[in-house]
Design a protein around this ligand. Structure first.
Ligand SMILES: [Zn+2]
Length: 93
């Protein structure tokens, strides 16, 4: 994580934060630039983005299902869903 701020004598204040490593889909960052020529207060926020992985594609019914439970749900094509391909990570709210 990189935090940047500038509180110059002349000109506007600025601040920024960037995630330099780690998965950007899992973290949100932002900064709030304070006002004033001296001792401007900057605020940096880092929070974990709510997410849920283990969403899979079922090759039998061509739909997405949550594969995080021991059982594979009820597939319209009979039996349980059968995962194929990628593991999808979705935002969870
Ligand atoms: Zn299915």
């Amino acid at each position: 994580m990189k935090f940047y701020w500038d509180n110059p004598w002349i000109g506007g204040n600025s601040s920024d934060t960037t995630l330099e490593s780690g998965d950007p889909t899992h973290f949100l960052t932002w900064s709030v630039t304070g006002a004033g020529d001296q001792k401007a207060e900057m605020q940096f926020v880092v929070c974990q983005r709510p997410f849920q992985d283990a969403w899979r594609f079922c090759h039998k019914c061509f739909s997405m299902f949550f594969d995080g439970y021991p059982t594979k749900g009820v597939c319209p094509q009979g039996g349980g869903h059968e995962a194929q391909g990628y593991n999808f990570v979705l935002d969870h709210h």
